[in-house]
Design a protein around this ligand. Structure first.
Ligand SMILES: [Zn+2]
Length: 314
């Protein structure tokens, strides 16, 4: 096994989310989708002295034609070039296949999500346990999902159904799998909201929170009013500690470009530099707004305590 050190501000989810739980805020997990959009996420976090997570899902890798290797390389290159010092994590979002998780660990992702939420409870728990056994000894944290988070736009996952997380099942699931963070289905959906109104079952979050020790993750944060997200984060007894945000970044990017259709990574990289710069500025603005108005993570960078394990064993 080869041991590689990582930059001192690159963490697993654990120290980021522990600090968030203690401080009553949440860390944004942002999906750039195309590689150039990684940079404005990091810059906004640095400017606001906020921790941040950069993520990409299995489905996005295909849809935007990005490889894990180039995504990770760009992430680490941008950290160096822009002298990013705030605490960050590189996270593999919704993934169903072990070989992709294995590749992410190889390419220095510090965290992975196994999404086996479409399987029956025991099969989901068994596959999740397998990922924990694969990732944890190598200094990589694991997020899993219980219940089904629905979607209005099947980009992040192919999950069209919705099934709320049962608090007692959540307790059993976390106990059996020992995951580091749990994505819960409490009413939000992936994608933009058109027609269907966002809703959050706050009581369910509190019930899950009371029964499980691990930080909870809210997916489908885009398009949900800020006061709803803030309430979910600040619930008495603790609420959500990580909020996934994808669609709002892409919508801001495309709107700055005056486009409706998505761009692949290659198309994005081929944009005229001045037009790309305009799009990236819009993304930076949205990330700043989320950090300030949604997450409450501005000025919290110094609260993250050092990871006890700061190297990868690959
Ligand atoms: Zn998600």
């Amino acid at each position: 096994m080869e041991v590689r050190s990582r930059p001192s501000n690159v963490y697993t989810l654990n120290p980021l989310l522990e600090a968030a739980q203690a401080g009553g805020y949440a860390v944004g997990s942002f999906s750039p989708r195309c590689i150039p959009l990684i940079r404005p996420i990091l810059r906004a976090a640095q400017r606001l002295s906020s921790p941040a997570i950069v993520q990409i899902s299995q489905r996005e890798l295909g849809r935007y034609q990005v490889s894990l290797e180039e995504f990770a390389q760009a992430f680490y290159a941008f950290l160096r070039e822009d002298e990013i010092t705030v605490p960050v994590a590189l996270h593999l979002d919704h993934t169903k296949e072990l070989n992709i998780i294995e590749a992410a660990v190889q390419h220095r992702f510090t965290s992975v999500m196994i999404d086996a939420s479409d399987l029956p409870f025991q099969d989901n728990a068994a596959l999740t346990s397998k990922v924990v056994a694969l990732a944890r000894p190598r200094g990589v944290s694991v997020e899993a999902e219980l219940g089904k988070i629905g979607s209005t736009d099947l980009v992040e996952t192919g999950q069209a159904e919705e099934l709320f997380t049962d608090p007692y099942e959540a307790r059993q699931f976390v106990g059996e799998t020992q995951v580091d963070a749990l994505a819960v289905s409490v009413g939000t959906s992936h994608g933009a909201y058109s027609g269907k109104q966002p809703q959050i079952d706050y009581r369910r979050i509190q019930e899950i929170r009371a029964l499980t020790p691990v930080p909870l993750v809210l997916h489908g944060g885009s398009g949900v009013p800020a006061e709803m997200i803030r309430r979910a984060i600040g619930l008495p007894g603790g609420g959500i500690s990580k909020v996934n945000l994808a669609t709002d970044l892409e919508l801001a990017f495309l709107s700055a470009l005056g486009r409706m259709e998505r761009l692949t990574n290659a198309e994005c990289q081929a944009l005229p530099p001045s037009l790309l710069a305009k799009g990236l500025l819009a993304v930076e603005g949205v990330v700043e707004e989320k950090i300030r108005d949604y997450l409450g993570s501005a000025g919290r960078a110094g609260e993250v305590l050092a990871d006890t394990d700061d190297s990868f064993a690959i």
